[in-house]
Design a protein around this ligand. Sequence first.
Ligand SMILES: [Zn+2]
Length: 227
Amino acid sequence: MPKQTYLPAVLFLILILMPGAAFCARTIETAQQIIMLDPGHGGALNGLISPTGLKEKDITLNLAKKTARKLEARYNVLMTRSNDINISAEERISIANQKKAALFISIHLNHSNTPAAFFYYFDLSNTLGSTKNEPDGTWMSTPLAHKSRNRQVAKQFAHFFSTRNPEIKTYIKEMPTIILEGAAMPALLVEPLSISGLPSHPAQLETVLELYAQLIADCAGHYLKNQ
Ligand SMILES: [Zn+2]
């Protein structure tokens, strides 16, 4: 048989295989782990306000967006809110549960006088025995299942922060907070910086937030890589 006869068959095979290759790429992309970032407060709820008028709800959103940009090449990063709206704590956790996130990070600020970062994980000491279920099963109190992993993720974040920036004092705390209750994945509330120490000059503020976004992104990446 002359060689040329094979050419249409080869072309046909290439056409068949190419969409297959594209499909594989999409599959890999959708298989990326999901990180759910939760910018605290929003809408009518400002959270903390700095002496210069900076609002926690704006800083947390800015910080979450910057963190997302640093992670999105490696992870599927989702946010519970991407604009100035308030959503309930249950809704925030429900979104993370529905999307089957691998890690939930709620971002807030503290108002320490010195550089300090707080890492909270859920503790049910005051809520033992209370199990709440939504009819669709998207939000339920299952903190016990992840308590040790929650503590572990808080420790890893705190360790990363203090190693990278020894001048930042880090604190790990248990808290029966509604913000983390019901998470079906390791969940953490971070207060990585103080609103009182933020510069009011927009360019300087952006520089500080970029730095902290990188820290949070590196912590999240480090944690997930070592699972
Ligand atoms: Zn807050």
